[in-house]
Design a protein around this ligand. Structure first.
Ligand SMILES: [Zn+2]
Length: 103
């Protein structure tokens, strides 16, 4: 194999802010190498996120990560998010609030 240092899956992505959006997005940790877009293809903001990904996740980014077989993400030093579980939870919450809207 090549000379790429082995990383754990949950360290491949970083939480970032995106220009024009308040949520927390995901970008590859190597984004400084020119990959200056979030996984949902927004421009990465210059400020670090003030909340965790779990608190205000961009589900498009989460789905994109799952699409490239990354399903774990280190949200904080002590917390790793299971992206599949987070998406499932959010989908269930969305459906609940949607059915409340329609009632
Ligand atoms: Zn995003």
């Amino acid at each position: 194999m090549g000379h790429v240092a082995k990383r754990d899956m949950e360290d491949l992505l970083h939480p970032v802010l995106a220009n024009g959006d308040t949520g927390v997005h995901l970008a590859f940790a190597e984004w400084t190498l020119g990959l200056d877009k979030t996984l949902c293809r927004r421009v990465i903001g210059s400020e670090p996120p003030m909340v965790t990904f779990r608190d205000d996740a961009c589900l498009t980014c989460a789905n994109k990560a799952m699409g490239v077989a990354i399903h774990l993400f280190r949200d904080t030093d002590s917390s790793v998010v299971d992206l599949g579980q987070l998406i499932t939870t959010r989908d269930a919450e969305d459906q609940r609030s949607r059915s409340t809207d329609m009632a």
